[in-house]
Design a protein around this ligand. Structure first.
Ligand code: SF4
Length: 178
């Protein structure tokens, strides 16, 4: 959000939309682009339990249901080093020249949702996060028990490699970082 003016019930908001390099109006989420993308990186939304391509849908049920291209992961577009995703996109939805845009909206109310940083558990190793593969964070736990997660909701215990060891008695430590 770049600028806000007005008053309660009658705000004018200026918003910068960062480039996504895929036109959501054209993309039909066919997955052809990701299928040919040679870049494989850890999927941050799945807490690194699975991987994604440089062009991907950021998370299940994303709105709009359209791919985005992560320029930090892409092999490069200036000059174009790969271009495979654009070659296979029948909808011609990929735009390497996307600069993003600034839009203005009139709104009645604004919800301030600043987000948060996840605590780094390696800073507090008395609970064994770096020493025991089955010590996981609450965010990792959430991904492992989610039906849309990397294990389809099956709670495997081994971090980063899904062994057949299912926990018989999980233990939770709440608010460990406070
Ligand atoms: S141009 Fe980038 S995003 Fe597209 S296929 Fe190549 S590496 Fe992947």
């Amino acid at each position: 959000m770049e600028e806000v003016s007005g008053y309660i019930g009658n705000f004018t908001v200026t918003i910068r939309k960062k480039p996504r390099y895929v036109d959501p109006e054209l993309c039909n989420a066919c997955d052809e682009c990701a299928a040919v993308c040679p870049v494989v990186v850890p999927d941050e939304f799945q807490m690194g339990f699975s991987s994604r391509k440089a062009i991907y849908i950021p998370f299940p049920q994303a709105v709009p249901c359209s791919y985005i291209l992560n320029m930090d992961d892409c092999l490069g577009i200036n000059p174009i080093a790969c271009g495979k995703c654009a070659e296979v996109c029948e909808k011609e939805a990929i735009d390497y020249d996307d600069q993003g845009e600034v839009v203005t909206r009139d709104v009645g109310a604004i919800i301030v949702a600043t987000g948060l940083d996840v605590y780094d558990p390696t800073e507090m190793d008395e609970y064994g996060y770096t020493r025991f593969e089955n010590v996981i964070t609450s965010m990792e736990f959430e991904r492992l028990i989610c039906a849309g997660g990397p294990t389809d909701g099956h709670f495997w215990t081994a971090r980063y490699e899904f062994s057949a060891l299912r926990p018989s008695m999980p233990v939770g430590i709440h608010v460990s970082s406070s």
